[in-house]
Each structure stands twice: as structure tokens, then as C-alpha cells.
Design a protein around this ligand. Structure first.
Ligand code: PXL
Length: 282
């Protein structure tokens, strides 16, 4: 059985990080091995939350797992509670990243113009270094702008321009050139206006290949959808699917869940009812 190490937090509410990744990876027939970065009462966008930081415990997982003589087909890192956790992830990679291990780094830092509570300049510099080591990175548009030192506010003023996607592809290419290995950048949540209608799409750029898929935009962004998306991508690539197939699978899995959450007026911080749609990943 394939196996993926999931370096992410455990949040009681928000349907994100490990509560999103474990069911997705499991239903795809892959063993999910969580390495928790923090335990939270609820994801940070709830505002009033308690977070127990596990930085000091992360090396215990690395060392105990190493002495168990286990290996991983995939490593997926997501929410890190502070910049100090990046060196713990790097230590984990030194121990477990092998020739055939797929490393997906989701540079979780913010969304739609707002950075999360842990974000600061040191965090950004650390994330730039960490993402260079990955085979796949899955920033949303704001995170792509942060990694590229480009203003997100300025970028989204071009939403209606014909060359908007081309501009984003160019940012991806700059990151690809800095990466330490051949990499795929998958940018999520790209909202644009085309023929008077709003669309939301995902764009994958690797070498010369470019895949852009979009759907009508419901106007809302829900907690955890980026984590669910990255989980499907990671599981699909570990199973040998192409980047295009992986992006199609993730889009197919999430689209209806997002539409339903919008219709049902689910508060954005609570996330979508993805559970009903897990069968699509079987
Ligand atoms: O979905 C990203 C995420 C993961 N984990 C925690 C978060 C967030 C986004 O706010 O707060 C704890």
C-alpha cells in the first residue's frame, strides 16, 4: 500500500488540514500518516481559538519513524504554526525524501488579501526556501504573489485583462527557475471575469506544460478547500496520475461541494460538506 506523511495541523473546526487530508488520502486507498504541527480548537480564521504548538515534538516523529525503518511514497506539508517548524520539515525531508518520493509543499500563508496569524517576514523567507525543495507546490493566488514578491492587490486589478493568466504563468515560471528540482506549480483560486461572467480556476505550470481549468465562480471561498485540493493532487500523483488528471480529479471532487455550501449559506470558516463527495475519489 502506498503511504503519505501528512505534516499539518489538527483543527477541531474548519474542515481543513488533517481533518481534510486524512479522509481524502484514505479514500484514495493510500495510508495517511499524520505528523501534527499544532492542535487547535478551530482554524485561525475563527478568531477566538486556542492553539497548542507542537514544534518541539516534530523531531520525535522523524526520529521514531526513522527507527521504525518506514518509508513514504509522498510527503505533504501544509499549515506550519511558526517559522521554526520549517527547519523541522527540512529535517524530516533529509531523512525521508528519496529519489521517488513525491514532496508536495502547500505554502499556507493567507488567502484573498489576508495573511493568517502566523505570517511574518521570517515565515515568508523560510517558506521560499522550503518550497524550492518540492516537486509540487500549491499556492493560492495570494500565496503565489507573496512567494514572488509581487503585490496581490495590483495583480487582481488585471482580472479582466486578456493576458491575466499569462501574467500568472510568468510568475510561476520565475518560481520554477528557482526550484532545486523540476517542479510543478499549481495555483488555486484564480478568479477572473470573462465575457461578463466570473470564473474561478486552477492553473498548473511545469516546464513547457500548462493546464488551466475553470468553473463558474460562486463568489465565496470556504475554509479547507485549498487543503482538500492539495490532498487530492498529492494522492493522485502518488498513484501515478498525470498533473492534468490530478487537477481534473480535484476540481470534480470540489466543485459541487462548494456550490452546495454556497446555496446552503454555510459560514465560510466552517468549510464545505466534502464528506458526501468522498465517493468520487474511490
Ligand atoms: O486551510 C488552511 C489552514 C490550515 N490550518 C489552520 C488555518 C488555516 C487557514 O486559516 O488557520 C490552522
Amino acid at each position: 500500500m502506498k503511504r503519505i506523511a501528512l505534516i499539518n495541523d489538527l483543527s477541531g473546526f474548519g474542515k481543513c488540514s488533517l481533518t481534510a487530508a486524512i479522509p481524502v488520502i484514505s479514500v484514495m486507498g493510500i495510508q495517511a500518516c499524520p505528523l501534527p504541527t499544532a492542535v487547535l480548537t478551530a482554524q485561525t480564521e475563527f478568531g477566538d481559538y486556542y492553539s497548542y504548538d507542537l514544534t518541539d515534538k516534530m523531531d520525535k516523529f522523524t526520529e521514531k519513524w526513522k527507527s521504525m525503518d518506514v518509508s513514504f511514497d509522498g510527503i505533504y506539508s501544509g499549515y506550519l504554526a511558526d517559522a521554526g517548524q520549517m527547519e523541522k520539515v527540512e529535517h524530516f525531508l533529509e531523512q525521508f525524501q528519496e529519489e521517488n518520493t513525491l514532496y508536495l509543499a502547500d505554502p499556507v500563508m493567507g488567502d484573498r488579501g489576508m495573511t493568517y496569524d502566523m505570517f511574518n517576514e521570517t515565515f515568508l523567507q523560510g517558506m521560499k526556501e522550503l518550497t524550492k525543495k518540492a516537486d509540487v507546490i500549491t499556492p493560492n493566488l495570494m500565496e503565489l504573489c507573496l512567494l514572488s514578491e509581487v503585490s496581490y492587490e495590483e495583480m487582481i486589478t488585471h482580472q479582466q485583462d486578456e493576458d491575466y493568466i499569462r501574467r500568472i504563468v510568468n510568475l510561476c515560471k520565475v518560481l520554477l527557475a528557482k526550484a532545486l528540482k523540476p517542479q510543478t506549480v499549481i495555483v488555486t483560486g484564480i478568479v477572473r471575469t470573462k465575457d461578463g461572467e466570473e470564473y474561478v480556476g486552477n492553473l498548473a505550470v511545469s516546464g513547457e506544460e500548462c493546464v488551466h481549468l475553470e468553473n463558474p465562480y460562486t463568489g465565496k471561498g470556504f475554509s479547507g478547500t485549498g487543503d482538500l485540493f492539495a490532498s487530492v493532487i498529492c494522492g493522485s500523483l502518488v498513484k501515478g496520475l498525470s498533473v492534468k488528471e490530478a487537477v481534473e480529479k480535484a476540481t470534480y471532487f470540489l466543485q459541487e461541494a462548494i456550490e452546495e455550501a454556497t446555496e446552503e449559506n454555510i459560514p465560510m470558516v466552517h468549510g464545505v460538506n466534502f464528506e458526501k463527495h468522498l465517493y468520487k475519489l474511490l
